[in-house]
Design a protein around this ligand. Structure first.
Ligand code: IMP
Ligand code: MG
Length: 205
């Protein structure tokens, strides 16, 4: 699903959001309900592709936790309501690379002992994070690796990484909400929103 550069978004006044973020946001890029609905469809596509294989879901923290939890929930529901029973394990890794809204050179990977098959991620920006993670996972020689990311950013990066599944392709904007953060803030916002200059200044470190 493509969100074009000219998409003005939705007015914040049409929805509810935490009072402590009043004045810090520009507009709603993707409302929470649409995120959940689109994730349900990704779950269906994934179910179709994995056949009878068991899966290990590797959630990339912290930003991927909402997407991963909703995706797993949808896969569980689809599996329960069909005649196919997919056994699922869940594991977590934590990556950190951003400072303010800038991608940093050094990347930290923490945790994850059972690395294989399906990874659930928040957003692919430059794609740098995903490449580092995949290099690490491949050492474990999994039978199959599929990457699902809620968002893919249209960056100017020519070697942009493309996940196997993604929810939305978005303009090259810094977004927050639905677990995506700006210096650890805004994870408690349901909708995916564009932060304004006031918000950036307020939470800059
Ligand atoms: P990449 O290495 O540039 O692809 O960045 C990927 C990681 O950076 C994501 O997993 C996010 O945690 C973070 N990131 C990239 N763009 C954004 C954004 O617009 N908002 C919040 N976090 C972002
Ligand atoms: Mg972050």
């Amino acid at each position: 699903m493509q969100i074009s550069d000219s998409w003005p978004g939705y007015s914040l006044d049409l929805f509810t959001y935490p009072q402590h973020y009043y004045g810090d946001l520009e507009y709603v890029l993707i409302p929470h309900g649409i995120i959940v609905d689109r994730t349900e469809r990704l779950a269906k596509d994934i179910m179709q592709d994995i056949g009878d294989n068991d899966i290990v879901v590797l959630c990339v923290l912290k930003g991927g936790y909402k997407f991963c939890a909703d995706l797993v929930e949808h896969i569980k529901n689809l599996s329960r309501n069909s005649e196919r029973f997919i056994s699922m394990k869940v594991d977590f890794v934590r990556l950190k690379s951003y400072h303010n809204d800038q991608s940093m050179q050094d990347m930290q990977i923490m945790g994850g002992d059972d690395l294989s098959k399906l990874t659930g991620k928040d957003i692919v920006g430059t794609g740098r994070t995903m490449k580092v993670l995949l290099n690490n996972i491949e050492k474990y020689k999994p039978k199959m690796i599929k990457v699902a990311s809620l968002l893919v950013k249209r960056t100017s990066q020519p070697d942009g990484y493309r996940p196997d599944y993604y929810g939305f392709e978005i303009p090259d904007l810094f977004v927050v909400g639905y677990a995506l953060d700006y210096n650890e803030h805004f994870r408690d916002l349901n909708h995916i929103c564009v932060i304004n200059d006031h918000g950036k200044a307020k939470y800059r470190v």
